[in-house]
Design a protein around this ligand. Structure first.
Ligand code: OOB
Length: 552
């Protein structure tokens, strides 16, 4: 037990080591092994910039040296909010080299989410782009700081692009060039700066944020040992090798894109990672053609766009062999149509930042691929399916999925009270997902018991949004529920009891934006009710509300 989060018990850790899952290597060690093994192979491509494994290692070392000169030390947390650029990968490994811990933020996160991540993690440094998708991240960060009495723990922000002239900001480019902050002893060809010591494989490697159910999202502590195994196991199942080319279209900060097998799995296998600046097929298809991409991953709402574009353009997608889809439920009929439409093998991915990853296998029969969300990637993933009283259900019956295993941490970061609810006494994580297990071990996701809306892969914690809605002067009571939706799979519907002139959907979105909430959390639909339906114990009856949603 560390002070910030519970670790795996000694006997479990011993088993995971003995089984060869945990290898005792940090991500810094791995980068060195890869660079020695295949120095001249291409590791990373972003537009017309390209890194061999050896150049990747050299740039990571230079960046790590720059970060150290900035004062970053082992164990420091760093909030990373970068779009899909090669610099994300360089920075991530440079932090690993130092033993500093990236705290993953999504490009869509705004003041509220970033403020929360900084606060919970106690990060001293934040890394942002200057502008991205018509949004100024520097301005946002200054607003976050202005809103933190005492300024919090943040000391420095590294800006990819133009840092402007605020003293908080340092240019990413200067760090890489060794010229940051007038630290003149750095130069473009600094020797490798590798102090003795450094992180151990059991140390914290990164903090992922959970989709959240109650209140604000929790942070998930992932270690070098567990996360490297996650990426390696997924890469093996996907048959990745040194001829694999992975296109990162979803945000690299997303666990799916980074490690399932994604960027890290591809690098583990000796392949090439190509970065796509956005997930549109108009951007991705030319990259697939030019770089001969073999595998990529999508969330379900993107699938129809990719299928439409494939039918209407002459782009050569013949190199693409595997298309992973996950993050939200892929409808069975879409799964069936997708393979033939793109000429690919479809793989369903049911994963979570908390750990457990399920994949359909590339040689699974079509029926399993199209109607299930895969099976666990590790032989040591433990699965329990329980009823509402916590008792195991008979085989094949739906119930809540509980899990523990070699890459599913035993608790959230700095969340002792919540951990007692989110995990069982013997360390199983309560996923909140309702599944059915088939005799083959494949899971079918049939529902959810957590108070969360999955809007096409983006998770919305109802409680968080409700709290913001209640801050509106015209709203007396608020409840957010999900409703089936053609485009998103699920949309968010706000049921509101008014205490004045009730705002419409647009007005509400502007109100929530003003409060610094990420845009995807704004309700898609607003429904006024005179009073909330209540359960026998007097709670808002969300099941009743879900049945009251009018068509949009
Ligand atoms: C992935 O991770 P998170 O942490 O954003 O969300 C996890 C939750 C799961 O508990 C489940 O409720 C839902 O997202 N989910 C799915 C699903 N994949 C995720 N529900 C139905 N079908 C699926 N295929 O979303 C994530 C992490 C790693 C890989 C892939 C997805």
């Amino acid at each position: 037990m560390t002070t910030t989060h519970p670790g795996w018990p000694g006997d479990a850790a011993e088993r995971y080591r003995a089984a060869g899952h945990w290898t005792g290597r940090t991500f810094g060690d791995l980068l060195d092994i890869w660079a020695a093994d295949r120095p001249l192979r291409t590791a990373l491509v972003d537009g017309d910039r390209c890194w061999t494994y050896s150049r990747l290692q050299a740039d990571v070392d230079r960046l790590a040296a720059g970060l150290r000169r900035l004062g970053l030390r082992q164990g420091d947390r760093v909030v990373v909010q970068l779009p899909n650029r090669a610099e994300f990968v360089l920075l991530w490994f440079a932090l690993q080299r130092i033993g500093a811990v990236p705290v993953h933020a999504m490009p869509g996160h705004r003041r509220t989410e970033i403020g929360h991540l900084l606060h919970v993690s106690g990060a001293t440094v934040c890394v942002i782009p200057d502008r991205h998708a018509r949004f100024d991240y520097r301005k946002m960060l200054l607003e976050v700081l202005a809103g933190q009495p005492g300024g919090g723990t943040l000391r420095r922000a590294i800006v990819l692009g133009d840092p402007g002239n605020h003293p908080l900001f340092t240019a990413f480019g200067d760090l890489l060039a060794g010229t940051a902050d007038g630290l003149a002893h750095g130069s473009a060809d600094v020797p490798r700066d590798r102090p003795q010591g450094g992180p151990a494989a059991g140390d914290l490697a990164l903090l992922l944020h959970s989709g959240g159910t109650t209140g604000l999202p929790k942070l998930i502590p992932r270690t070098h040992d567990d996360y490297a195994y996650n990426a390696r196991a997924a890469a093996e199942i996907c048959g990745l090798g040194d001829d694999s080319v992975y296109l990162a279209v979803l945000p690299i900060a997303f666990n799916f894109t980074l490690a399932c097998p994604g960027v890290l799995g591809t690098l583990t296998a000796g392949g090439t990672v190509v970065v796509s600046p956005d997930p549109s097929p108009q951007t991705a298809f030319p990259l697939i053609e030019r770089e001969r991409v073999t595998i990529t991953s999508l969330t379900p709402p993107l699938v129809p766009h990719w299928m439409d574009e494939a039918a209407s353009t002459g782009a050569d997608l013949s190199s693409l062999k595997v298309l992973q889809v996950g993050g939200a439920r892929l409808p069975d009929d879409v799964a069936r149509a997708l393979g033939p439409a793109l000429g690919v093998t479809v793989q369903q991915v049911f994963g979570m930042a908390e750990g457990l990853i399920n994949l359909t296998r590339l040689d699974d029969p079509e029926d399993l691929v199209c109607t299930t969300q895969g099976r666990p990637i590790s032989p040591d993933d433990e699965i329990l399916v329980v009823d509402s009283g916590g008792a195991p259900v008979p085989d094949g019956v739906a119930g809540e999925l509980l899990t523990r295993g070699p890459y599913t941490p035993r608790g959230y970061y700095r969340a002792e009270a919540h951990n007692r609810v989110a995990f069982t006494a013997d360390g199983f994580y309560r996923t909140g997902d309702v599944v059915r297990v088939l005799p083959s071990g494949h899971l079918v996701v049939v529902g959810r018991v957590k108070d969360q809306i999955n809007r096409g892969g983006e998770k919305i914690a109802a409680a968080e949004v409700e709290e913001h809605l209640l801050a509106h002067p015209a709203i007396a009571s608020a409840a957010l529920v999900g409703a089936p939706d053609e485009r998103w799979g699920e949309r968010s519907v706000a049921f509101l009891v008014s205490s004045g002139d009730l705002p419409g959907t647009r007005e509400l979105a502007a109100f929530l934006k003003e409060r610094g909430l990420a845009g995807y959390k704004s309700p898609d639909q607003v429904v006024e009710v005179a009073a909330m339906p209540l359960t026998p114990v007097g709670k808002i009856d969300k099941q009743a509300l879900a049945e009251m949603v009018p068509p949009m």
